[in-house]
Write a protein that binds this ligand. Structure first.
Ligand SMILES: N[C@@H](CCC(=O)N[C@@H](CS)C(=O)NCC(=O)O)C(=O)O
Length: 219
């Protein structure tokens, strides 16, 4: 629990959507600061003061700012352990939890991005070895259990489930049943479905607002 106010700086259909789902799953009260990415609001001086990279998500906890999706997820999971989604430091699953969360940011995302843009990085230099090995390792892991840490859902599944759904949608991962089943298992949860529905509305509003800005400038 916390007595400092939590604010999520967020734009629909982005990595910040995953954090929004996570905060709903954890059952924490928070303010949502909605930014219109299409209208350039992530690059406003006010937002750059929060995250100099002009990217979402960013979490504000009182006067403290946390950026980076995985850092935010680890932070929130530890802040709300009673939700039952965070293996405690004494839990034997904690090591796997840390490993899969850090692997996501340090190896999996770079492997996928390099693959998507056609960067060929020698396996000895790449922080992930090779894309094919990363994908094979993840598939083999998910073949063994329904969730990243075994038979119980955790914060790690909110991250991995959201990402796999997105990557499958854009053909950035092989269309394997193990990936499709896992992504569906996680993102069919009401927390995801509620955010997806709200984002359809928000994104349409943002598109219209961005188009109006362009028309204003042209006129
Ligand atoms: N490493 C960052 C990446 C954040 C990121 O790239 N966010 C994208 C949205 S998914 C963004 O804000 N893009 C807007 C931009 O770069 O202008 C994290 O994991 O939080």
């Amino acid at each position: 629990m916390t007595d400092r106010k939590l604010t999520l700086h967020y734009a629909p259909r982005s990595r910040s959507s995953t954090v929004r789902v996570l905060m709903d799953e954890l059952g924490m009260p928070y303010d949502l600061h909605v930014l219109n990415m299409r209208a350039g609001e992530l690059k406003s001086p006010a937002y750059l003061a929060i995250n100099p990279l002009g990217k979402v998500p960013a979490l504000q906890h009182g006067d403290t700012i946390v950026t980076e999706t995985i850092a935010i997820a680890l932070y929130l999971g530890d802040l709300y352990p009673d939700a039952g989604l965070t293996p405690a430091i004494t839990d034997p699953r904690r090591a796997d939890y840390m490993r899969w969360m850090v692997f996501y940011a340090a190896a999996f995302e770079p492997a996928v991005v390099d693959k998507a843009v056609g960067n060929v990085v020698p396996a000895e230099t790449a922080p992930y070895g090779s894309y094919d090995k990363v994908v094979a390792m993840l598939a083999a892991h998910l073949e063994k259990s329904p969730y990243m840490l075994g038979d119980r859902i955790s914060v790690a599944d909110i991250i991995w489930g959201a990402s796999l759904r997105w990557l499958l949608m854009f053909n950035l991962l092989p269309d394997l049943p193990v990936f499709k089943d896992y992504a569906a298992r996680i993102t069919s949860r009401p927390s995801f479905q509620n955010v997806f529905a709200d984002e359809e509305r928000l994104d349409a509003e943002h598109e219209a607002a961005a188009a109006a800005l362009v028309a204003d400038k042209a006129g």
